[in-house]
Design a protein around this ligand. Structure first.
Ligand code: FAD
Length: 390
């Protein structure tokens, strides 16, 4: 996005990537259909030490601008849920569109102009130095490049097998910027100790409300062979910190203050109703998959069957504290939280405040989207912001 935007303004751009293929993350994103934006994108959908920073760039390039671009290329899309837009066919169409926008930059300049984008793949071992005078000198296995401006768009540490590296953080530190410790986000959580028993339920999914760091998400939770995942947990994982609890409400469809009779265990409270483990399992099976209902009933089974004991059991089922040992790490994280400190960047252009001509955009920056197309919208918007300024 940045290269195409700059190229279409008449700038001469070299786009270096150490992979042999551009946009590998786009290709596998959204299960191969790329959740390329979200209709409800706002700064509240992002984590950052400075929650206001992303606003400027996001306001300059809106989801509808990307939707228009996608429309011009005839790429069919649909809204899956919660404003999340996916390609009807393959994510490849998005990569091809971006490449075509880079080619178009050249065509828009006509014969005599110099603008356009040169794609340089397999550019390994990148090293950057400030050029004498001004600008930058970039050495790589694909040659040496000199430029007035340098935009670092090399992403975060998530999924190294797709080519993720910490180059952006190294360059930020080299040029005197602070880096907020990168950590895996949108990532499954690992359970151990007594909670390892949960993994016996691997494959079971249920709608829950998962809460971490004071933020909660009502979506599906999936039990895995190592712990818990699914959208609710992935979302909460971005706010979870080691040592903290993940709190799960197994009946989010009921009001927090549901009355006793209308509560999760209401059936056991009816006059003459059975009050035993079988009745508890049955009540939970009304709202949860059978294996999960049975497991919770046995794990949460009250000491006795008095109203007070049922109250305590119900409270536990609505605030079930899990104690994750950790995350599944950058190998499995959809995104990297933390990154180049926004304090060192100008919000409208993403240029660093201390090194003129040096920009950081996308996931490399300490702006991390929630699940649902927000990370791409940030990548597009921040790329365009820098592309208009270089
Ligand atoms: C499995 C998966 C699915 C996802 N699905 C979605 C989704 O549906 N919707 C959504 O919004 N977000 C999704 N994301 C997140 C999204 O892909 C990223 O946030 C987004 O791609 C970030 O864009 P970026 O340009 O900043 O970095 P990237 O897309 O990571 O691009 C960085 C580029 O820099 C190159 N590079 C890295 N290091 C070096 C180096 N040392 N030298 C040279 N080149 C280098 C890489 O090869 C890469 O091409 C998904 C992520 C994953 C892992």
């Amino acid at each position: 996005m940045c290269a195409a935007t700059a190229g279409q303004r008449g700038r001469r751009v070299a786009l270096l990537d150490h992979n042999g293929q551009p946009g590998r993350k786009i290709l596998i994103s959204g299960g191969g259909r790329c959740n390329f934006t979200n209709l409800h994108c706002g700064s509240g959908n992002f984590l950052s030490e400075n929650p206001h920073f992303a606003k400027s760039a996001l306001a300059l390039y809106l989801p509808r601008h990307f939707i228009e671009l996608v429309g011009r290329y005839g790429i069919a899309w649909h809204e899956k849920t919660l404003g999340q837009l996916f390609c009807d066919e393959s994510a490849r169409a998005i990569v091809e569109m971006l490449l075509a926008e880079c080619v178009r930059a050249k065509e828009m300049q006509g014969g005599e102009m110099q603008g356009g984008v040169e794609m340089v793949l397999n550019a390994r071992g990148i090293q950057v130095e400030a050029a004498s005078g001004s600008g930058f000198c970039v050495a790589s296995s694909a040659g040496e490049f000199r430029a007035e401006s340098l935009v670092v768009a090399t992403g975060g540490l998530s999924v190294p097998t797709l080519g993720a590296t910490g180059l952006a953080y190294g360059l930020a530190r080299q040029f005197g910027l602070r880096v907020i410790e990168p950590r895996p986000a949108l990532v499954p959580l690992v359970l151990g100790g007594e909670e390892a028993a949960w993994t016996e339920l691997a494959g079971v999914a249920a709608e829950v409300e998962a809460q971490a760091g004071g933020v909660s998400f009502r979506e599906k939770m999936l039990v895995t062979h190592r712990g818990v995942s699914g959208p609710a947990v992935l979302q909460a994982s971005s706010y979870w910190r080691p040592g903290e609890e993940l709190v799960v409400d197994f009946a989010p469809q009921l009001d927090a203050g549901a009355t006793r009779s209308g509560g999760l265990l209401g059936a056991l409270r009816e006059p003459g109703a059975r009050r035993d483990l079988g009745a508890l399992k049955q009540a939970l099976r009304a709202v949860l998959p059978q294996r999960l209902a049975n497991y919770l009933a046995e794990a949460a089974g009250p000491q006795g069957w008095s109203n007070t004991a049922l109250d305590a059991c119900e409270r536990r089922l609505r605030h079930w504290a899990l104690h994750p040992l950790g995350t599944e790490g950058f190998q499995k994280a959809e995104v990297t939280a933390g990154g180049v400190d926004t304090d060192g960047l100008k919000a409208r252009t993403l240029e660093t405040k201390i090194v003129p001509g040096l920009f950081f955009v996308g996931e490399a920056v300490d702006v991390t989207g929630q699940l649902g197309g927000f990370n791409f919208q940030w990548a597009w918007a921040s790329g365009v912001a820098a592309g208009r300024a270089v």
